[in-house]
Design a protein. Structure first.
Length: 255
């Protein structure tokens, strides 16, 4: 049986680590060719090397428009098409509204929101250039749906991603491009980002147990809990979905 995304070409940002790396691997397993991109170039190369022939690495800092221009053009030249862009790269600063600096606020928004804005803009450019009926998948978070006291910039940027996604979805639908755009809203997933969060109080295991207690299902997620949603949204199985929010949160926002 053919893979679920057989013949498609996907670009994943922040793919040297965590959710991006897992999504790139599952997309390859399901038949796609994947541009593994990250600002950490050696990390991207390592992941692409592990994934074999179907993957190639690119250095891409999502905050830099010249990087987007170059990489989208090179992906089109290398693979001949672009069907899927996963705007996954993101960062967090754990400081409440009284302690976060304007510089930190701007840095989080530059990566998490400006980066997704540029990713959507250049995804549409690349997909239209090759005539693809594409899918743009934006990583928001449960923190883009509900507030978290010590993550003001993260919540603001992820909330922005949620509505940017809907605007892009409606624009592409009205233009008749056949390009869809949806957002993903995971809770805590086992990645280096959550390791850092859990380690903040010194005891990582206790930190993870504390995070798990915040999730009704009682445990932190695995990266593939999100990769399955990425593959679904990347595939034609989700052809009626656009402007939607895919919540993967163990019941967190049901409370
Ligand atoms: P991670 O920290 O493990 O990986 C993030 C990757 O993004 C790294 O490889 C890093 O080099 C890259 N990156 C950072 N800034 C970049 C930039 N300017 N340009 C290009 N690449 C850049 O993080 P994780 O956990 O895999 O998160 C991935 C996405 O999922 C993020 O957007 C995050 O906010 C979101 N998310 C993560 C959750 C979690 O619990 N792990 C929960 C909800 C959302």
């Amino acid at each position: 049986m053919a893979g679920r995304v057989e013949g498609k070409v996907a670009l994943v940002t922040g793919a040297a680590s965590g959710l991006g790396k897992a999504a790139a691997a599952m997309l390859v397993r399901e038949g796609a060719r994947v541009a593994v991109t990250d600002r950490n170039e050696s990390g991207a190369r390592q992941v692409a090397g592990e994934l074999g022939e179907a993957a190639r690495a690119w250095s891409l800092d999502v905050t830099r428009e010249p990087d987007w221009e170059r990489v989208v053009d090179e992906v089109l030249a290398t693979f001949g098409r672009l069907d899927v862009v996963v705007n996954n790269a993101g960062i967090g600063v754990v400081k409440d509204i009284e302690s976060i600096s304007l510089e930190e606020w701007r840095l989080v928004h530059a990566v998490n929101l400006d980066g997704v804005f540029l990713g959507c803009k250049h995804a549409i450019r690349g997909m239209r250039k090759c005539g693809a009926k594409g899918s743009i998948i934006n990583l928001s978070s449960v923190a883009g749906l509900v507030g978290v006291d010590n993550l003001p910039a993260y919540c603001s940027s992820k909330g922005g991603v949620r509505l940017l996604t809907k605007s892009v979805a409606l624009h592409c639908a009205r233009k008749g491009y056949g390009i869809r755009c949806n957002s993903l809203h995971p809770t805590f997933i086992e990645t280096p980002m959550v390791d850092d969060l859990a380690s903040m109080t010194g005891d990582k295991a206790a930190g993870k147990a504390r995070l798990a207690r915040m999730i009704p299902l009682g445990h932190i997620g695995e990266p593939d809990d999100v990769s399955y949603a990425v593959v679904y949204l990347a595939s034609d199985e989700s052809k009626l979905m656009t402007g939607a929010e895919f919540v993967i949160d163990g019941g967190t926002t049901a409370m």
